[in-house]
Design a protein. Structure first.
Length: 733
């Protein structure tokens, strides 16, 4: 192994980066000192490097616990593409492959092993790990997605609890726990459940400055708005929906609008989900439309947008799901479409929970999401306050900060609000406080004697919505707190008292009516994405080359190079290997593996174009509004249509789809009626079409039996159905 006088040299050699991200160096230094670590770092913050680089610099094997097969396979492939000896053991390997992997480990040829918790703690593997410890040593354990160990986390997995065995079996081996999100309660649970010894705790900021956050109203033209975002992006994106049916419906519409989109939800087979996910990761399709079943462990760095077609269930889930955008640090867009129908849907789902306490907690989480959607404060201020992080606002990269909303001094109103909380002895929620302020005659207020308080009725000059706007803003600014046990009771803090003592003023953004608030917002994201035309042209050529190289190796494109590295190539246009290796993201292994091919592409482009021509941005000539009017086939009809386009016969399609040929014929007849591209001549000879058409005109289309009797036994019901679909289309009024 090469010796490096500095960690930065090791970083450049193995991974191609010139410098560490904020906090990485300190974490790696602690790891090299064999300290236990708890690392809370947002998606895209560089968690993996924190255990991968120490693993390469320490003696022995580093064992990485990962919950998902797809995640471990992607990470191992990315490491191998950097010339790093890594392996995984999971159910995708047969016995001989597992044995070969184990032999490689015992020979010291493998530095990182990825494995699921169930297999790691199995009867066969732990004894093997004992041998590893004795012969080559275990450098450390890295527990990825460590929030899974906590019942208070958003993705609790009971098998993670058993990982505590590692501490007792290998007492001197350091443990590093890593996760993207964890509240204080979850952090303490992780430390306790994994038996971490005086861990070095690193909590990075949850702020993702490259992400643009916005909330748009859900309207009749929401589909057009989604289509516009996709077409503007020209890159990969995820759309989340609450239900499987909505996933399927939206996928159909996008496919018929010319967008390469695939669905992902629990109603699909394991094989279909795996295939769709792989095609998305490898850029074979642009958009994944999914329920929340899709997400954790998706190691795709260049997702440029995440759209929530429906309201998320809680802010932590939203942070995780939206955080799958822009993991490469490049600009990305996160959009929620908010409609009050979503609220009713989620409330219905909450009522299905058997535990009343779970219902209370879920209801409070829903209120927090609605506060986020309706809030006028900086979106980052609202998000980060959920994780206990104070953000001053004015991020410059969310709809609320970019729209010009007048900021008004509401200090007097805030004093009234907080004083009412104090006089009600901090025992009630926001709605009750507002009722007291507005002088409500509610029986509960009268029973509690709160109609006699000095704050009773002093807020009649403001509407309920205005008081709610203030209450939300006070929460977001940290000027009042709220309990999180399912009963959202307002509690005062030192800042609250500063407001009441006139030591702190309170300003809030007050929305003003606009004809179309979000549609007219000017986003610096769009400015960021509008790169110089000549750079974009070269960037697209490099992406195409990357896709070819990735497909040849059956790996996702980002494994070859990330988008950010390709952009640097397009901007700097290196002409020699010496220049090429200076690009961030080009390590020694990738320089040797890909350098000549990318330099040749850059040289050829520069010689041919000399960056004189400005590529013409083609605008779609089809009005977006037209997409709504086009009849959308069902999911099953769409699958039949796709196979028919591939020149499969009715019988072959039926066999592939495990359906009856008659069902496939029905699909095709309905597709013909919907004016879909079905070549009727492939199904019914033209001369027979003419006879059937004449029969339909003579007998009518109501009864297939009558038409069949009119034609005679030489014509089949299937032929008549197909021509009838054509007849109905042509004669539709």
């Amino acid at each position: 192994m090469p010796q490096f006088p500095a960690l930065e040299q090791a970083l450049k050699h193995y991974f191609g980066y010139d410098s560490f991200r904020l906090g990485q160096r300190q974490i790696i230094e602690a790891a090299l000192q064999n300290r236990d670590l708890l690392i809370i770092m947002p998606t895209g913050g560089g968690k993996s490097l924190c255990f991968q680089l120490p693993a390469l610099l320490k003696r022995g094997l580093t064992v990485v616990v990962s919950p998902l097969i797809s995640l471990m396979q992607d990470q191992v492939q990315a490491l191998r593409d950097n010339g790093i000896s890594a392996a995984f053991i999971n159910s995708s390997l047969n016995y001989k492959q597992v044995l070969a992997c184990e032999q490689s480990i015992l020979k010291g040829k493998t530095k990182l092993l990825y494995i699921a918790p169930e297999r790691l703690l199995g009867e066969r593997f732990l004894p093997f790990l004992d041998v590893v410890q004795n012969e080559i040593g275990i450098a450390g354990f890295a527990i990825d997605e460590a929030h899974c160990v906590s019942e208070w986390g958003h993705d609790f997995r009971p098998e993670y609890r058993q990982l505590q065995q590692l501490r007792y079996r290998y007492a001197d081996v350091p443990v590093m726990a890593l996760t993207a999100t964890a509240t204080e309660r979850v952090r303490q649970d992780i430390i306790q459940q994994l038996a971490l010894k005086q861990p070095n705790i690193h909590i990075a900021s949850f702020n993702r400055p490259n992400l643009y956050y916005e909330v748009q109203p859900k309207q009749k033209n929401t589909y057009n708005q989604i289509l516009k975002i996709i077409k503007q992006s020209k890159s990969s994106g995820i759309i989340y929906c609450l239900s499987r049916n909505k996933v399927d419906e939206l996928t159909f519409k996008l496919q018929h609008s010319g967008i390469k989109a695939l669905p992902y939800h629990a109603g699909l087979s394991n094989e279909e989900r795996a295939s769709n996910q792989t095609r998305f990761i490898r850029d074979d399709v642009q958009v994944m439309v999914a329920t929340v079943a899709f997400g954790m462990g998706i190691n795709k760095l260049d997702v440029r947008f995440v759209i929530h077609h429906d309201l998320p269930r809680n802010l932590e889930n939203y942070y995780q799901e939206s955080g799958r955008a822009g993991r490469d640090g490049e600009p990305a867009r996160c959009t929620i479409f908010f409609g009050y129908g979503d609220r009713k849907t989620i409330e219905f789902l909450i009522k299905q929970k058997p535990d009343p306490q779970e219902q209370q907690i879920a209801s409070q989480q829903l209120r927090q999401v609605i506060n986020y959607a309706e809030g006028t404060d900086c979106r980052r201020t609202i998000q980060l306050s959920y994780f206990g992080e104070h953000f001053p606002g004015n991020c410059g990269n969310c709809d609320n900060c970019l729209e010009s909303k007048p900021v008004e001094d509401w200090t007097i109103e805030a004093m009234k609000f907080l004083s009412c909380v104090a006089r009600c002895q901090e025992r009630f929620g926001m709605n009750y406080i507002i009722d007291v302020l507005r002088g409500s005659g509610d029986q509960k207020i009268l029973q509690n004697g709160h109609h006699q308080l000095s704050t009773y009725g002093i807020g009649k000059d403001k509407s309920v919505d205005e008081w709610k706007m203030l209450g939300r803003s006070l929460l977001h600014q940290g000027l009042v707190e709220q309990t999180t046990d399912g009963y959202p009771i307002l509690k005062l803090n030192p800042r609250s008292w500063e407001v009441m003592k006139r030591q702190r003023s309170v300003s809030i953004a007050v929305p003003t009516p606009k004809p179309d608030i979000i549609a007219t917002a000017k986003s610096n994201l769009e400015n960021e994405l509008r790169k110089a035309a000549e750079v974009e042209m070269l960037f697209e050529k490099l992406r195409s080359l990357r896709k070819q190289l990735a497909d040849a190796q059956s790996v996702p494109p980002y494994v070859v190079f990330g988008d950010s590295t390709l952009r640097l190539m397009a901007q700097q246009q290196p002409q020699t290997l010496e220049e090429f290796k200076e690009i961030s993201g080009v390590g020694a292994h990738k320089l040797a593996q890909y350098g000549k091919q990318f330099i040749a592409e850059i040289r050829a482009y520069c010689q041919e174009q000399k960056l004189v021509e400005v590529p013409h941005q083609r605008q779609s000539q089809t009005s977006l509004a037209d997409d709504i009017e086009i009849a959308s086939p069902s999911y099953t009809q769409l699958l039949t249509l796709d196979l028919f386009k591939q020149n499969f016969t009715v019988e072959e399609i039926a066999e592939k789809r495990n359906l009856r040929p008659t069902t496939i014929t029905n699909h095709l007849a309905e597709l013909i009626e919907m004016n879909q591209p079905v070549d009727l001549n492939r199904l019914v000879p033209p001369e027979r079409q003419k006879k059937i058409w004449q029969a339909l005109q003579a007998v009518g289309v109501g009864s297939l039996t009558q038409v069949c009797e009119y034609l005679g036994s030489s014509y089949t019901y299937d032929e008549i159905k197909l021509v009838r679909g054509w007849w109905r289309r042509e004669n539709r009024s």
